[in-house]
Design a protein around this ligand. Structure first.
Ligand SMILES: *Cc1c(COP(=O)(O)O)cnc(C)c1O
Length: 426
């Protein structure tokens, strides 16, 4: 039995398989570039582990208060050294990306301060953290005001607008690297670095925080290499490498991270408490695997863009653009397209592959949403996943894949479902 045949037994026809192979042939130089970035990042993580003399004692579980947790302290040094920051907070007590961002913001802002987003509207869940949408315990309730400067129509920074928005109360600037579910571009670390330099030239005391979700290890440098005071993200995305079952990180200046530690635990306690609950082996090993896992997910996005663009669909980013995160949007143009695509991703999953996802009215959304996820870790989006609201332009957002081959299988399966539904012809 050969590869084509094993795929056929899984429900992917030879026709679909061959279509994919022709696309991949042209992508080999691109994949080689992605591998080169992964190789560099692998060395970066490995050096940080060696420098900090990671050993088996660092994998021991702690419980209760978690005092004298050498493993936890070493993991945080490994993160700090990898991302070239003075300090890091990497904890299972940080529930998710939104929580990490909420801690970083509320820890470094005080009543009367102003928060500025110079890159337009932030990620959905941040709207409630900030108080753009009223919510219990928002920054707004604590007397922190918010200002936003939208991007120019071509996704570039509105420098004049940003200069005008900065005032004596501006304490912290939040910059979201990934486009999330918007249609703008994702920013490169270099672009973010330029923006930070501009902001610091107006007032060097303004804290620059980057929402780094989905961006880690996509490039050889991170925003923390180019002036960010804090970078923040989720461990069930890129840096957890698919193994971390929960968690978030904040890497940055000693001063900012110290504030975060006191906010996460309690005034007077800070970074000294927080049991690891036996999760450190998966945190260390996941971080070790993260550069190659991210590379696999990235190849999947590039492959999806090229497959669907060649069939006439609009894809963002397009088939040739450089990439600064792992998210791929595909505009399928019809509800049936979104449903078929997501059902294909689900059918290719290692977990819950027999489940058929259907659109449902999710709380907080104004249209029905369909989600495909067959993940080892619930809600993990470094694992192969896709979702889309059932409304024009009927776009599906696709990301993840713990291995390139699994991402490939998922995309081929989505194409098979589209073909079976009569929505494409090869
Ligand atoms: C995922 C994400 C978040 C929030 O993370 P959760 O883990 O879902 O809370 C914030 N910002 C961006 C850009 C994200 O992609």
């Amino acid at each position: 039995m050969d590869t084509k045949e094993i795929y056929a037994r899984m429900g992917i026809s030879p026709e679909v398989y061959e279509y994919g192979e022709k696309i991949i042939e042209k992508l080999l130089p691109r994949f080689d570039e992605i591998d080169r970035v992964a190789e560099f990042n692998q060395a970066k993580v490995l050096s940080a582990m060696q420098k900090n003399r990671v050993n088996a004692a660092h994998f021991a579980a702690t419980t209760g208060y978690g005092y004298n947790d050498g493993g936890r302290e070493t993991l945080e040094k490994v993160y700090a050294d990898t991302f070239h920051t003075e300090a890091a907070l990497v904890r299972p007590q940080i529930t998710c990306g939104t929580h990490a961002l909420a801690v970083a913001l509320s820890a470094n802002l005080r009543p009367g301060d102003e928060l500025l987003s110079p890159v337009g509207r932030p990620y959905d869940t941040l709207e409630e953290v900030i108080g753009i949408r009223d919510s219990i315990g928002s920054l707004k309730e604590y007397g922190v005001s918010y200002r936003q400067v939208d991007l120019l129509p071509d996704s570039s920074f509105d420098y004049d607008g940003i200069r005008a928005a900065i005032n004596e109360r501006t304490k912290l600037v939040t910059i979201q690297r990934s486009k999330g579910y918007q249609t703008r571009l994702t920013f490169s670390s270099e672009m973010i670095g330029e923006l930070i330099t501009f902001i610091k030239s107006i007032n060097p005391d303004i804290i620059c925080m980057v929402d780094n979700c989905y961006g880690e290890f996509v490039q050889t440098i991170e925003p923390s290499d180019l002036g960010a005071d804090m970078i923040v993200g989720s461990l069930i995305k890129n840096p957890g490498g698919g193994l971390a079952p929960i968690g978030g990180y904040i890497c940055g200046t000693a001063k900012c991270v110290e504030q975060c530690a006191y906010r996460l635990s309690a005034p007077g306690l800070g970074q000294e408490v927080g049991a690891n609950l036996g999760l450190l082996p998966s945190f260390f090993q996941g971080f070790f695997l993260a550069p190659t896992v991210t590379a696999g997910a990235l190849k999947g996005s590039v492959f999806a863009a090229n497959v669907y663009e060649s069939l006439g669909f609009k894809v963002v980013p397009n088939s040739t653009e450089p990439r600064y995160d792992i998210i791929q949007a595909v505009e399928l143009g019809s509800p049936e397209g979104v449903i078929a695509f997501c059902q294909g991703i689900q059918a290719a999953a290692p977990v819950d592959s027999y489940v058929t996802p259907v659109p449902w009215a999710m709380p907080g959304y104004d249209s029905e949403v369909i989600m495909a996820a067959g993940a080892f870790v619930q809600g993990s989006s470094i694992e192969l996943s896709a979702d889309g609201p059932i409304r024009p332009p009927y776009a599906v957002y696709f990301q993840g894949g713990l291995t390139w081959f699994h991402a490939k299988t998922g995309i081929l399966m989505s194409l098979q479902k589209m073909l079976d539904a009569g929505l494409v012809t090869l």
